[in-house]
Ligand binder design. Sequence first.
Ligand SMILES: CC(C)(COP(=O)([O-])OP(=O)([O-])OC[C@H]1O[C@@H](n2cnc3c(N)ncnc32)[C@H](O)[C@@H]1OP(=O)([O-])[O-])[C@@H](O)C(=O)NCCC(=O)NCCSC(=O)C[C@@](C)(O)CC(=O)[O-]
Length: 299
Amino acid sequence: MSLPEKVRLVEVGPRDGLQNEAQPISVADKVRLVDDLSAAGLSYIEVGSFVSPKWVPQMAGSAEVFANIQQHSGVTYAALAPNLRGFEDALAAGVKEVAVFAAASEAFSQRNINCSISDSLQRFVPIMEAARQHGVRVRGYVSCVLGCPYEGMISAEQVAPVARELHDMGCYEVSLGDTIGTGTPGATRRLFEVVGAQVPRDQLAGHFHDTYGQALANVYASLLEGISVFDSSVAGLGGCPYAKGASGNVASEDVLYMLQGLGIDTGIDLERLIAAGLRISEVLGRASGSRVARARNAR
Ligand SMILES: CC(C)(COP(=O)([O-])OP(=O)([O-])OC[C@H]1O[C@@H](n2cnc3c(N)ncnc32)[C@H](O)[C@@H]1OP(=O)([O-])[O-])[C@@H](O)C(=O)NCCC(=O)NCCSC(=O)C[C@@](C)(O)CC(=O)[O-]
């Protein structure tokens, strides 16, 4: 299969990245990050989550973040909603796109959202109905698609029905999350072969954490399978509060550098993206998790 001409990056740093930080991050710093990212040309930014603050305290100020960012036309500013309450809070904050999140592993589903996979899918039905009424688009996630921190191996055959159900209930795109970053390129290709038989490949996305250093290779493997949407995190921010030891998503700068080398268009300015990542890394008091950003910064 030939490589796609265009790729859309879904920037998840402000949500997937910052949700995992131990230190408090001010609303002003979050707003600045989102604004820097839209200025760099990202067309899709996951800004926050409307989840229980007892479960994920870092996302507590999401409504305030939405109220203060500069929203540009042509840019999607999305939020996670685990239940109808979260959807209604997102709607009240003016959010136009939400993401629901399920898992391919029962144990992870319990730890992450306190219910079984099947109950979580049932919980999303009223969200889908309300979203249709309000003209809100819904994206879906499946976690643990290439391994689970509690159950170990997860087969592509376990992932496919969950992805299909999200698609069938109306998610316009389903992002497959390698939550703990154990996946390798061969397993990634097989995952998209199997899930791609149930959900059209142009409605699937890849979401790779870099814990085992495989994320960029997995993005490339997915490109070979015809996938053209990838979630990534500026400066490689993040991890997962319910997956101990998981490192951040593949760094947006590193994915962009690779895509530019392949001649694939994204509409994103690499230098501005690097600057956005260096700024938030400085706020967090550590080096950027992007190798491209570190190399450029050292020059
Ligand atoms: C789903 C629940 C709420 C169930 O949690 P629960 O305890 O079963 O819910 P509950 O309905 O019994 O409510 C308990 C309390 O939470 C409140 N509550 C209930 N709903 C909300 C809400 N929406 N917003 C704010 N508060 C809420 C509710 O009002 C109540 O408050 P209390 O009476 O105790 O004061 C909880 O488990 C939760 O919030 N989990 C979120 C977990 C999370 O955000 N994980 C990270 C995102 S997923 C991820 O990172 C993976 C991904 C997507 O990136 C892909 C990958 O890499 O794999």
